[in-house]
Design a protein around this ligand. Sequence first.
Ligand code: CS2
Length: 494
Amino acid sequence: MPKFYYLNAENVALLPKEVAIPSYDRNQIKTSILHIGVSNFHRSHQAYYTHELIEKYKELNYGICGVDLLESDRKIYSVLKDQDGLFTLYTKENNGAHKAKVIGSIVEYFYGPENPLAVIEKMAHPDIEIISLTIAEDGYHLNEITGEFDINHPEVTEDIKNPFNPKTVFGYLTRSFKLRKLRNLPGCTILSCDNIKSNGDTMKKSLLNYVSKIEPDLLDWISNNTSFPNTMVDRITPITHSTDIHSLKEDFQIDDQWPVVSESFSQWVIEDKFIHPRPVWDKVGVQYTNNISPFENLKLQVLNASHTILGILGTLHGYKTVYETANDPDFIRFLQHFLDEEVSPTLTDSDQDTIEDYKKNIVLRFQNPHINDQLTRICQESSAKVPLFILPTLNHQLQHNKQVKGAAFIIAAWTRYNDGVDDNDQPYDIIDTKSGTLIRTAALSIQNPMKFIELKAIFNLLSEDATFVPLYLDALAQLRTNTVKNCIQNWTGK
Ligand code: CS2
């Protein structure tokens, strides 16, 4: 008997009993969801919920067709091809309990760079009722200040010039909608699953802006035949480590080239506006709502903001994981202080008990010692995350003449983070589309401390705010002469 089984359709039934495997016949599934961006997060979240729906309620009409559009996605393309779309979801709880479940909901896969026309045809196929997206914060090409679509982004202008060979999701959607219209087919629901406030509305606005430049005749069709529900998505999903691949073999006899690890917690709230009857995802834990805003605000301004803060501060200290940082009382004290004093007052659409429970719960989730969530993942693309997760709180507090000392410290720490060297003089990589500007400007701010916040493309007019500036300058001066740990100890009065 082999010690482990290579994961594919043929071998899945041979796996040991402890592994949950699909009990449904995957050949009977009709594909009605097309998902763009088959990331780890998509696999631990939307693909998981859809698998549960098929598994528990035999809803065979909800298969997923995975699609990737980026050159950098070649690996997932080849893994899913080799494994017949199957992969393992490896969940790990705080107490060490862990489970392996083979997810079977991705029944087809297309790779854009290899055959863009096939992707466009599939997106226009009448069976596809939902096109869902995880294209990450920077995939929306938003201008950080205005929050509006950046029509001059180089990738967008390329697609405008080459509409038949698109690279961006905007180019692909436009071509496929054009086909649907020409063929008199129904439209579909576009379901954004990214951590952006009003992600559906944002996608709609951006797409309409793009379409107005390239296919203005399509605008009415889109308005009448598509919908863009806003969603709140949540499940901490780190990158997969070779140790995870190894322990799945050891503990469960599964040889999976790219399993997905996640916490057991998961949440998905979706605005109830679908073009076709909505999937009954609510049977497997999804919440449909007509008021998404409180859910979005809690998630983005509390959880994602806290991640960004621990990511920046922890990296400066020399920590590598969320878990280490969240188990250090100094860092948690700083975080809690910021959440209590500066974030909670902005969450006017949630009641106090809900906010308090939420804050407690995220800290427990961050402290899970079995989720090896690297700070590099958290800090990646901070230039898109800080404006989404930290600046709304800061701006709200400033507008209401309320406390911004914590937010000023966080922005100063982000400036110091872009020096690229931690408090032990160890260098780290800054992985960001804007890394050149960030690193250069952080260096200039050693001589002229105002320089970094004068990056108007990120901070808008913050460098002119008389309340914020002195707090920021003071925090930056401290961070440049002292370790982050000492600074937060002083800061929280310890
Ligand atoms: C993280 C998220 O890097 C980040 O922005 O905060 O990926 C986070 O892990 C997920 O939103 C959790 O649901």
